[in-house]
Design a protein around this ligand. Sequence first.
Ligand code: GDP
Length: 173
Amino acid sequence: SVRRFTGAKIVVFGGPGVGKTAFVVRYMTKRYIGDYDRNKEMLYNHKIPSPRDDVTLEIIDTAANDSTEHKENHIKWGDGFVFIYSITDKSSYEYACTLKDMLVKQRGQEIPAVVIANKCDLLSVRKVSDSEGTTLAEQLNCPKFDVSVADGYSGVSEAMDELVIQLKREFVK
Ligand code: GDP
């Protein structure tokens, strides 16, 4: 019998207020809901219809204030990782770099991942340069997407489609 790709576990990492929840909700519903007013871990199931087998993604929207041990457990659990920072918040970039270091140390560099530079609608108050974002993506050996979760669905879906492609590629290895 043929082994089929039927799903994967995705962890969304990022500092407080970078738009993790907005990103996940945008991806699953195509809609933007501005204020969540919480920093709580959530696990979602998202089904992607497919002609042969549906693919179910389990997506963890992490809380930025998790303990190190909790973060290590997420790194162990995940098949693929989304690293989000806000281009308006230097500390959120540093947070993403720290999580990247933890991932590479625990799992190596060949893990499916995408880097999301969010809030690109706020270019006038940019604090993280494009090349800093590119450096982070290079260290993860993955692409970076410039996104405004507030402005639209297309960048979000492009990034997640790319992550799913990587996950499928990893699965057939
Ligand atoms: P989380 O703490 O990382 O889950 O961040 P949230 O999803 O709760 O978003 C934090 C704040 O940033 C909210 O007020 C969102 O409306 C806002 N936000 C999220 N994405 C964007 C974006 O692309 N542009 C702008 N201007 N604001 C955003």
